[in-house]
Design a protein around this ligand. Structure first.
Ligand code: NAD
Ligand code: ZN
Length: 341
């Protein structure tokens, strides 16, 4: 089968031919139809500091996928051959305190599909049955391939009561713009999204943001004034991983506001924590997706009118993966799908 792999400690990926893997006990084998490229895949492609410290090789990458179950371990129950599924990209241990308390997203022994477990950028993917998520028939493959990053946005946004609230989202990457759509769907009032890239801000607005805001050319207090906001933001969703964005959020929050931090920072960050203290802010770190309430709620919203399709800007054949990675590296694409059929 084809597998897109990191083969050596250097930038780039190689499309190789490897044996089709056999599912073990408890495993499900999925014939992959479509995958999407995540920022994590880009880090691995570029072989940055994080990737070099994290990724064993050879390693098939990728964790955003949709496919059809084609084989299962003899003990697996509850699934059928031919069933269309996606799956949770975090494989948890099931034995630690958090797992046994039903907080699997907090498992300290988490393994990542396409990070340190063979990934989905291949004709066949094997994952534990526990990670497999069945899909409603009316959910298009293109959207189903995005459920993992969509789940990051759902998990972050739905960590807070959004109804009637004013929300600041820093970072209009795929996750930030999907979060804007979720906040709109869930009943937020003003949703301000910031990014340095105006094309991305336009997509955020197309997906439900009240206004897109570029800190290079505009000032947040001015935007708030134009919206008629008299106090700061009730909710802040940090989705850029940029220290400047985090600091601007701390400044713009209302007293008693709630912040969810999803964006990963490349280095340690300097912030004025007195802002958080004096404003009684609640600041929450957000990792992954809640298993599996995030999946349930996300799919429920997609089935009741939430549209995240504008986040998909490009689709390439699997063999043309290089074009997708190049476009993402040049900042020209938002979400890129690769079609394995
Ligand atoms: P992305 O890199 O495509 O988006 C980040 C956006 O932030 C970019 O559009 C960039 O232009 C923008 N940005 C940079 N500096 C900014 C600034 N000063 N102000 C406002 N915007 C700025 O990433 P993504 O795929 O949308 O993911 C968002 C973040 O979440 C990334 O940091 C990613 O590493 C992280 N992430 C975390 C988890 C988790 O479980 N915590 C999961 C997935 C991704
Ligand atoms: Zn665990």
């Amino acid at each position: 089968m084809r597998a897109l792999r990191k083969q050596a400690a250097a930038p780039g990926l190689t499309l190789t031919d490897v044996p089709v893997p056999e599912p073990g006990l408890g495993d499900v084998r999925i014939k992959v139809n479509k995958v999407a490229i995540c920022g994590t895949d880009l880090h691995i492609y570029n072989w940055d500091k994080w990737a070099a410290a994290t990724i064993p090789y050879p390693m098939t990458i990728g964790h955003e996928f949709v496919g059809i179950i084609d084989s299962m371990g003899s003990d697996v129950e509850g699934f059928t051959i031919g069933q269309r599924v996606s799956g949770e990209g975090h494989i948890v241990c099931g034995n630690c305190r958090n797992c046994r308390a039903g907080r699997e997203h907090c498992c300290p022994n988490t393994k990542g599909i396409g990070v340190n477990h063979p990934g989905a950028f291949a004709d066949y993917l094997i994952i534990p049955a526990h990670n497999v998520y069945p899909l409603p028939a009316n959910l298009p493959d293109d959207i189903a391939a995005l459920l993992d990053p969509f789940g990051n946005a759902v998990h972050t946004a739905l960590s807070f009561d959004l109804v009637g609230e004013d929300v600041l989202i820093t970072g209009a990457g795929p996750i930030g713009v999907m979060a804007a759509a979720i906040c709109r769907h869930a009943g937020a009032r003003h949703i301000v999204v910031s990014d340095l890239n105006d094309k991305r801000l336009a997509i955020a607005q197309a997906m439900g943001a009240s206004v897109g805001f570029n800190p290079l050319t505009n000032q947040l207090p001015k935007i708030m004034q134009n919206l008629g906001m008299k106090e700061g933001f009730d909710i802040g969703l940090e989705m850029s991983g940029a220290p400047a964005a985090l600091n601007s959020m701390l400044e713009a929050m209302n007293n008693g506001g709630h912040m969810g931090l999803l964006g990963l920072f490349a280095d340690s960050v300097s912030v004025d924590l007195n802002q958080a203290i004096l404003k009684n802010l609640e600041i929450t770190g957000v990792y992954g997706r809640e298993m599996f309430d995030t999946w349930h709620k996300g799919l429920a919203m997609l089935q009741t009118g939430l549209d995240i399709s504008p986040v998909i800007t490009h689709t390439f054949a699997f063999k043309d993966y290089q074009q997708g990675f190049d476009m993402l590296n040049r900042g020209e694409a938002m979400k890129v799908l690769l079609d394995l059929d």
